[in-house]
Design a protein around this ligand. Sequence first.
Ligand code: 9PG
Length: 784
Amino acid sequence: MKMHNAHVEFEFDMSAGLFHLHPVRENFPGFDGASLALCYLVNGIQKTERLNEFNQRGTTQRIHSPLHGEICQISCACQSMDSTLEMIITFALTDQHPLFLWNMQIHNVSSQAVHIRKIEILRLGSHEDKGSQFIFSSRKAADLLFFTNGWQSWSYAGAYNFSQGQRRSILGPFQLPQVVNPGTPYTSSRGRHTSDFFGVLADKAERKGLVLGFLSQKQHFGTLEANFGETLSARLWANGDDARLDPGLSITTDWAVAMPFSIDLPNPMQEYVQAVAREHQLADFGKSPVGWCSWYQFYSKVIAPEIERNLAALTEMRKELPLELFQIDDGYQAQVGDWLEFRDTFPDGVASFASRAKNAGFTPGLWLAPFIVHPRSRLRHDHPDWILHSRHSWPVNTGFAWNTFNTALDLTIPDALDYAAHVVDVAAHQWGFPYLKLDFLFAAAVKGRYQDDSFTRAQVMRHGLERLRQAAGKETFLLGCGVPLGSALGLFQALRIGPDVLESWRPKWFGTGAIFRREPHMPSAMNSIQNILARSFMHRRWWINDPDCLLVRPHMDLNLDEVQSLATAIAITGGTLLLSDDLPALPKERIQLAASLIPPIDQPLQVIDWLDAQTPTRLRVDLENQTGKWHLLVRFNWLDCEDEITLTARDFNLPDGNYHVRSFWEKITRDVMRSTPLYQGKLAAHGVLLLAVRAVQENQVQYIGSDLHFSQGLEIARWKADGNGVVGQIVLERTSQGEIELSLTQEPKSAKVGDEDVIWRKSAANRYTFSIQVDDRADFEISL
Ligand code: 9PG
């Protein structure tokens, strides 16, 4: 049985149950001899079987999928050895996309219930199957890379060399129930790598990769595991969670996907990411929220007067710092779980803040964690039967937070789910919050004995989230946090894609950093940035990425270099921009720093060393407007010491040439002549260079950049230059005092903003810097 499209050739050996995927183009990866296996329980007895002896069901069909276009597909059936289960496996190749898709339907044809443990949709390189192997040009572990995507928002994401072990937390029951899918092996063994939903295997030498994963997580949580021992082996499975399958019923896995790709494309994950978006019919997500959040300044000690002072400051500062969202975080509620009662530090509740914020022209936002339950909540006391229990009849542990081990609602209990939905409904429609940050959502899908055991954990999660969306209504903006990524697709406008930020570069707990320094999922600026960069490709394709908050206050453990790195990572990836400092206490220059990131930009980002570095160091965004084309280039230094760096155009896949290079944070411009580096010199520990790079146009008036906006050019809304000078307009929609720099053919005769003369100075041969006051907009005219 064979099929092919422009990218791959597929072949299925039905009697042996082995399938092969061969790339059409040279050096692209594929595999030989992949098998399918199933693990299930009948009467409590576990059976594990590799599937074979398939019969073809009908012929190869050409169908039109409304989501994925023209598809060629074929189905085959087989039975389990004990004849209790019938499996139908469907393989599909898409015409327009380099996608190989397959899924498995499992039908209980017996007269007794079966519990499904694991559906291995791909098994490769295992010893049982001779000749089963990956096709990668390179067979050296040193050349192989693995990109891991953690289960939920806070879980680690990033690339590893295969010879490395994965970064692993030592926090055990304190944290692992939050961040690790219980169906995904959590290991730090060298050469053993795991990932949730999807993962990437790549060949560094050949610059080719293979995405293996799923298009959705509506039925099962998917896991990818790869091992490099003597050879490379891998398994991709759907976690059955021992969910009960009654006689006569069937379950079908989400589509599994294999996609070969070139890792040096500007957007290497594009085809996979778009297929997932199509599968969920994702459309537009609206504007990226820009605002303020109470958490990282006040934490749970927040009191109503602080919220009030910050709302007042937001109003007062809105000209210089136009934040739109005013989001109250954790700390107002009587207890986690008791959402409809308030702490005595919020005697009037939060509804009055919603109306006050709205009247002042802001969007009020509220944090809620409707699925997690504090052990000392009234909810837990009044409804012990709503709590999810473990197999040993203890309430499940959902990890340590609020100084205690927490537990969760069992959402297969209709009343429990109704309660969670009711809370969201009240917050949105009674208290009047059009923006909700729904947090700790993973709690709905921890390992446990669900009252209705016919659901997989992924189904409980998805169903729970759908219910929250329904309660919130279409019109409410939902930001998901602490949520399994695949489950959230299509239900949230924005999603947290990394661990919490912290006013410290590395994790710390109760003042000590030593033991927690290397923790991968704990709050810290570094861990937050890791995921911001590793998961940047999801932004505006799956949701608006929420990188977590920006902190700019001067007196904290982050120094200015670190603040600039955090600010650059947040701004250039284009997601939400939320400040979490005490606004009335911010000094002017820190307000300016934050304001220079507004408005957010929405141009595609290239993470040049996305797979080559554990934490990427080089980013590129191509921009264009009436001033011409330019490149925004970023180079981070993740070392704990100052680094001596040389940065060339080629490091960003740009040709050598003559460039004007304006360095935003340094406020310096360097003119770079052919074959000299764009930058050569020191870069501080945890520091960053943010460069606007423009090809020099000899004897022409040219825009070089400014300190008004970090894009160093998008602030220019109109620009008309010729031999007599330049007329232009700056649009910021905020008030700012700054400088713009231009390259001119001669000394200016006059320079005006509106009718006022402006001060200028010569910054280098042919370069001039003009001081400009912008009130929302500024029209300028420079005559030569
Ligand atoms: C509010 C916070 C903020 C933050 C969220 C989330 O395990 N823990 O103790 C733990 C505490 C806080 C936390 C995650 C884990 O952060 O990401 O933005 O809303 O809740 O409590």
